[in-house]
Design a protein around this ligand. Structure first.
Ligand code: NAD
Length: 321
């Protein structure tokens, strides 16, 4: 089997490769060629850690495996290590033998950024000029960098509950040569595309903070109880998601569904748009919303790609197993 350690991933994996892998696996999910296994997530009663598995099988891409890992809140202060830790394990779908073990930390950031980018490619207006960021933490920088490649954006605006973090996304705008402006939430009306990526448990973005024709990618809500936007926004918008089951249980749609405002049947898998089975945006005035909950198949797709790259470049460590 192959080992691809975390330390080599930054030099191997590109945003383009992550985008392509995620777009393909979303399409495979909508075509029912790929499916995610039920997620396991446990508070293990040690180091306050949350540990779990996200797995699946992609029959089209022949990718089988799981991502194991989670959140250790004391890593940074106690050991100088990052709090999110994950490893991807891939198996040969023909034999069940272990195929690869891959560092999953950077890959998680890249696959999450790729998901909102794929949604922008397929759902945002072609003439989108202003991108709005809600959130300015670790993941926000990845989301913004990838999103800027999808349209000819001319300006970045941003809001964060902790304004002292906004320089993180201002720096990404500067890298791309774009102006940045910090705004209040109602200033998001100037945005053609909005990405929310926070760990919030209550809505920040209200339905009247959004102009007609905007595409919103809600990326922070991946657990029961988390929330970034007003449930009324999911009534106003045409709602797309990576996976309907996750969207209504742990994604942004959980709140609108619980309040009886929408139901699972109102949601469309983004993969159906990629496959051409759903037209996507119908008018320039329509508000579209992508609820990106993060599925195991995304992790497997980017890990499989990085193993291919590592093997081709002679970087993968081969072990007899
Ligand atoms: P981070 O800790 O680096 O940043 C957290 C962000 O949330 C900051 O902008 C912070 O100001 C903001 N925030 C914190 N508490 C808040 C509150 N109560 N209300 C509003 N904003 C608040 O974390 P990160 O790595 O950037 O991750 C952000 C979120 O994205 C997390 O909730 C994480 O679980 C989620 N995430 C989702 C996916 C996915 O696939 N959907 C993947 C990775 C991370």
């Amino acid at each position: 089997m192959y080992i691809v350690p975390e330390r080599v991933i930054a030099d191997l994996m590109t945003r383009e490769a992550a985008f392509d892998a995620v777009e393909k696996v979303f399409a495979a999910m909508a075509a029912e060629d790929a499916y995610n296994f039920p997620v396991v997530r446990e508070a293990i009663g040690h180091e306050d850690a949350l540990y779990g598995f996200k797995g699946g099988f992609d029959r089209a891409g022949l990718t089988l495996g799981l991502k194991a890992g989670g959140y250790w809140p004391h890593n940074l202060e106690k050991r100088g290590q990052i709090n999110h830790q994950s490893t991807v394990f891939l198996f040969d779908p023909d034999t069940g033998k272990a195929h690869a073990m891959v560092g999953g930390n950077l890959l998680t950031a890249l696959r999450t950024a790729a998901a909102s980018s794929v949604s922008i490619k397929h759902l945002a207006r072609d003439d989108a000029k202003v991108i709005g960021m809600i959130g300015a933490g670790h993941q926000a920088t990845f989301q913004l960098r990838a999103a800027l490649e999808q349209r000819n954006f001319e300006k970045v605006i941003g809001w964060n509950l902790h304004p002292e973090m906004l320089p993180n996304i201002e720096a990404v705008a500067a890298e791309a040569g774009l102006p940045f402006e910090a705004v209040e939430l109602d200033g998001m009306r100037a945005a053609d595309v909005i990405i929310s990526i926070t760990s919030s448990f209550e809505a920040s973005l209200m339905a009247d903070h959004v102009s007609p024709g905007t595409h919103i990618a809600c990326m922070g809500t991946d657990t029961k109880g988390k929330q970034e936007v007003d449930p009324a926004l999911l009534v106003r918008a045409e709602v797309f998601t990576d996976e309907v089951a996750q969207s209504v249980s742990i994604g942004e749609a959980q709140h609108a569904v619980a309040q009886g405002l929408i139901e699972a049947a109102d949601l469309t898998q983004l993969g159906a748009v990629i496959n051409g089975a759903h037209p996507g945006r119908s008018t320039d005035d329509q508000v579209t919303l992508f609820d990106g909950t993060g599925v195991g198949l995304q992790d497997l797709a980017v890990a499989a790609r990085v193993v291919e790259l590592a093997v081709t470049q002679g970087i993968a460590i081969e072990v007899d197993f």
